[in-house]
Ligand binder design. Structure first.
Ligand code: BES
Ligand code: ZN
Ligand code: ZN
Length: 480
């Protein structure tokens, strides 16, 4: 995608912003008769998209004009998402944004999130149909402005954030047979190489040497080898380290505690936490925050097999904790347990944030709009809330109280991997905290938001949403 800043001149496809009174915001020098005509169209409400805030008019001199109003209380990212979704079905190669003076509220606060929403809204998964729909044709975006604020830079950073989210969406949408732990490792390596991050992957032999019995236990039922992927963004020796961890189950059949058939196919997206962490690392590499960031993505399949871990088996985690596996479908917490405890010991982070499609209980509690999160430190919680508001990846804090600990106390082992059905999200979080120890830690459960969360206009209506990618990146970029 190319971004250009150009001087005003008539162009075929145009996006025009409106001021709070509904008047077109145009730079000086733009032909007055066009402006008057658009105002006229507006008062006639000539053609409206099915979207408050976006009008579409056919102008005899231009091919197509979209009039977008972004009053101060509007959510520009949502408006951009709606326009992006609309333009998916329209084919043209160039789109021109008519940009007002740099002093306007639009430019200082709304333009970048609007464009980010626009690029997020345009997302389409390529898929595997033999007869392909024509690909979207948009190749070039121009900003037509009299004065020249730093539009190309804003556009580039909106584009980068959306591209990383769209990468996370692609990985989530890939079918399990096209995206196995080995492919996840390759995807991590590719991002690392392209963006100059350090990368290493522990294979099963290395994990066995380290004593990662929980991750290896989950992987035992699969023909596919598991990996622990590690990416590092290093800014300086003296900077603190933030650690991100993402669940990377490329397919979760439930193991011996097999899931019911209906809906099982969607468990190809059980790696969306890992995908969000990888996407976030791509943004971090581009935006270069002042904090060091290390990402751990444990990746495995969870399958039933003669060699698979069985209900009642006891596994030993990296930190020596013993865990009775009462339900092999509660596998996410097992692979995260090893990744978190290994990462905390090796990288001594100042904070840990893990992201996972962890529990159906979270979906029951919060549905498909808010991700649920738990946190053992209010400062970190407020940083997460701020990043969530800033990026439009909504979260809601859930209780994290030690009274629930009793639910996961083992009888013949230290812990068991399931508690009661009631409060299932909270006990899963408490299980993970056990492996972070005393480090400030947060756990974001995206089971309800990683897939088909169509209530959010810049998320796709179906399939992987890329949720938490931008949230995690923002957390690192604004780290204090
Ligand atoms: N991957 C699932 C959780 C999930 C559910 C993700 C719905 C996305 C949408 C997880 O591994 C799982 O199966 N959890 C079990 C835990 C239970 C056995 C304690 C669950 O939530 O049912
Ligand atoms: Zn499971
Ligand atoms: Zn799972």
């Amino acid at each position: 995608m190319k971004f250009h800043q150009k001087s005003p001149k008539a162009s075929i496809n145009l996006v025009v912003f409106l001021d709070p009174k509904g008047q077109p915001l145009v730079p000086e020098g733009w032909p007055a008769h066009l402006v008057q005509r658009w105002t006229g169209f507006l008062s006639l409400q000539e053609v409206k998209l099915d979207t408050p805030g976006i009008h579409q008019v056919y102008d005899p001199e231009l091919e197509r004009v979209y009039l977008v109003s972004t009053p101060k209380d509007a959510d520009p990212r949502s408006l951009g998402g709606k326009l992006g979704k609309h333009l998916k079905s329209v084919s043209f190669s160039t789109l021109n944004f008519l940009i007002p003076e740099p002093s306007s509220h639009l430019l200082s606060k709304q333009f970048e999130p609007f464009l980010e929403g626009f690029f997020l809204g345009r997302y389409q998964y390529k898929g595997f149909k033999v007869e392909k729909k024509p690909a979207t044709t948009l190749k070039e975006i121009n900003f037509l402005a009299a004065a020249k604020p730093k539009l190309a830079g804003m556009a580039q950073s909106a584009f980068n954030r959306a591209e990383a989210t769209n990468l996370a969406r692609d990985l989530g949408n890939h079918p399990g047979n096209h995206f196995k732990p080995t492919d996840f490792k390759a995807a991590c390596e590719q991002v690392a190489t392209q963006h100059e991050l350090m990368f290493e992957a522990l294979d099963e032999t290395a994990m066995a040497k380290e004593g990662m019995g929980c991750l290896l236990g989950v992987s035992r039922g699969s023909e596919e080898p598991a990996f622990l992927n590690i990416l590092e963004y290093h800014v300086s020796k003296d900077a603190p380290t933030l650690m991100l961890v993402g669940k990377g189950l490329t397919f979760d059949a439930g193991g011996i505690s097999l899931k019911p058939a209906g809906g099982m196919h969607e468990m190809k997206h059980d790696m969306c936490g890992g995908a969000a962490v990888l996407g976030a690392m791509q943004i971090i590499a581009q935006e270069k925050p002042k904090v060091n960031v290390v990402a751990l993505i444990p990746s495995s399949e969870n399958m039933p097999d003669g060699k698979a871990v069985k209900p009642g088996d006891v596994l030993t985690a990296f930190n020596g904790t013993t865990v009775e596996v009462q339900n092999t479908d509660a596998e996410g917490r097992l692979i995260l347990a090893d990744a978190i405890s290994y990462g905390v010991k090796r990288f001594e982070p100042v904070a840990v944030v893990d992201v996972a499609t962890l529990t159906g209980a979270c979906v029951v509690a919060l549905g498909h709009y808010n991700s649920g999160y738990q946190c053992n430190q209010n400062k970190l919680a407020s940083q997460i809330e701020k990043a969530a508001t800033q990026t439009g990846d909504p979260v809601w804090r859930m209780p994290h109280h030690e009274v629930y600990e009793k639910d996961i106390e083992g009888t013949l082992s230290d812990l068991k991997n399931v508690g009661a059905r009631e409060g299932g999200m909270i006990t899963a979080g408490l299980f993970l905290q056990h492996f972070a120890g005393k480090v400030p830690w947060a756990h974001i459960d995206i089971a309800g938001t990683a897939w088909s969360a169509e209530r959010i206009p810049f998320y796709p209506d179906k399939g992987a949403t890329g949720t938490a990618t931008r949230l995690l990146a923002d957390l690192a970029v604004n780290w204090k």
